[in-house]
Design a protein around this ligand. Sequence first.
Ligand code: ZN
Length: 847
Amino acid sequence: MPSFLRFSLTILLLLGADFIGIAPRSTAALQAPANAAQSDAPPPTATPIAIATPAAPTDPRALYEALNNLRPDGARVYTVKDLTIRRDVVSFTFTKGKLAFLEPLGGRITGAVFSGRGHVIATPHERGERRSLAQFIGVPILDQPFSDAYISFSDGADAELQRQLAQDGVQPVSDPEFIAHWDPLAAGLAPTHSARTMVDWLAAEPIPHFYILLQTDAVGPVEISIDYRREEQVNIGQPHLTDGVRSYDMWASFRAEDSPPTYAEAFLPLDYRVDSTIAEDLSLQGKTTLHLRAGRSGERVVAVELSRHLAVDKIEDENNQPLPYFQNEELSRRDAARRGNDFILAVLPAGKPAGADFHLQISYHGSVIADAGNGAYFVGERGAWYAHIGGEHFTSYDLTFHWPKRLTLVATGIESEAREDAESKSGRWRSETPFPTAGFNLSQYQMASTSGQPKIQVYANKELEEAIMARLQPGGPNTLPPPSMLDHYKDTDHLSGAADPPPAPSPTSALKQLGASVQDSIHFFENVNGAFPFDHLDVAQIPGSFGQGWPGLVYLSTLAFLPPETQERAGLDEWAQSGARDLMPYHEVAHQWWGNVTGAASYRDVWIQEAMANYLALWYADSKKPGQHRLANWLEHYRAELTDKIPGTDHSIEDVGPLVLGPRLSSLKVPDAYGLLIYGKGTWVMHMLREMLRDPGASNGKDPDARFRELLRSILAEHRFRPLSTADFQHAVEQHMTPAMDLEGTHRMDWFFDQWVRGTDLPRYTVKFEVKPRGNAFVVTGKLEQLGTENVFTAAVPLYAVRLAAKPERLGVVVTTGAVTRFQFESRIRPTRIVIDPNLTLLWNKG
Ligand SMILES: [Zn+2]
């Protein structure tokens, strides 16, 4: 599951600071792809009274510190009444209270603070975003009184406020009490915002932003930011700190009305060279050389993703000149590991012209590999173990590793230059095609390889990791490895009090069989997707309960290496067992195409890669044992999960939000919504597409799924080593749609994507009918009732006639148009009953 990780990080980075009472988060809102430069010269200070301001330092660190030290100007506190400011669809009214600007620096004012009574109203135009707001606060509009506000900006908001103050003839006064309230808060919040301000001040063409943190009366702290360095400029959300763990609920995120039609990322990666040395104690010392291209002219701050567990030692340019950098500045090492972020900012000596390419060398050290016991190791920080530009970029990689001799290391790419001396081994891996990411795994592995093409090498540990061993002991704990899509563990105590447990099997006993079935699945997937895209495939065991598909490398949970009896003893229920056995290995193999040949264009498109990988895995598993109905069973399982009520609420998971919200689906309230929806509903969406494209009448050896395969191949060919958006995907479906899929007569699939991908309705159906004989046959007339959806919801619902115990006979399809759709069919049998969609072609709520 590579994409989720990458996009969840992007999401986190979109976020601003925490509020009052919560310690500040580190750098924030400057990572996401930025738009074309909005050439707004730094606003002139419209201060009515001339004030002397210190010059802004030119040295980046001194500038950052100077910005951090700015405090509300205690000598100039304004008593305000009905001040208003509007940004995009958000308006703020400072009804009554006190306001002070931050002290100016270099003639510019960068923020303000307010206490008193205020009111915010935000009215997103997009239906999906209004719906998302309602999911969090009960209503589709943010309409809240607030008491405190912290504002940070580079868009001239100070001039706008000062003009109103001047018009009202308000004179500032000294107010020590107000300042005593705000000084510590402003000090805590400054570092996050200083970084964002610094990026603009150092750029040749600043891109303005406006950020406000509100203490609302009813819904707690709310962050609103309008930042033209992001692709979705307007964000409304809420930070949480629960048991020391940070999370963020993004209530709404959308493009500003005046957002430019195209945007350019500040810096794009051309290739990466990564040299990593893993010591005996598993600590990592690394150096990444990033070859970058400037996407916009005059930008000096490069935001680079790197695990918070890796401390930067130095950053140099191509002439080995050291560059200033910022990494979790305000946090201690220990705090950075707990609640820092995974980004560093490197500052170039001068802006580059757009299109210019250059190198950065980043050296770091730290610990990203954990010992899971019994010779098994866990490579954490998957994807952030080297320094790279965030987002989805297909680039080339040149990886070198040095590691302890007792361990085996596998990595993405083709290996060369393998060497070994008395203590250590080393090797070099180069990408044979552009990769979206690079990874490695290491342990005390045994390996088995397959003959045939492509070459598969499966790596497993001799012994089970401690967490699973412990579960196999009598009375063992029910604590578990890290959570994943496969967390369906039984909360059972059936292990306790058992007699001597049978010996634990070695994961290596599954090597041969797993290699053979992975290769078999590749042949199946090649028949759907086209040729296997990489030179070979390494499959490496990883502790825990998750899998991950890298280019040419698959991480597979230990659970997938265990025989069913051991899975059972480890406390896996039947779905978790089937997930580990029938689903996970093939889900990760399918990611070789879906995720590594094409990737998600943004967090809104992650669902395509995950849903397709999952669906193809089930299709493969189903094809191996048709009599076991694995696909149908999983579809029914997902249907039940989607329609079950969330405990303590009146809602089902399906109601939480549409697939296009991606990682935003998971929130403090429903933490596992992402997994349940992306895998469950996403799998159904792919299944419905396949069913609609199917030609059941195909005969003479013709493939009934030819259209679906052609769809998948065309997408992979057209988006080879490029990102794929939901709009691209819809367009491709439209190129392959049949007349029967054209429910709206527009030759478009808007109805399908609006309902199933961008919407959340899940219909329920009931049918009423009567039968009249006509000649040798019967006329069946009736009405199909569609509930639980909006009236515009449309679906093609197949109805089947059943007489006693005979096999159902297809009557026909009813295309629903609203709450009640009438139908008339002719039937050879006199039905006693009508069955709706017995062959699982449509996701609907049977409950
Ligand atoms: Zn996945």
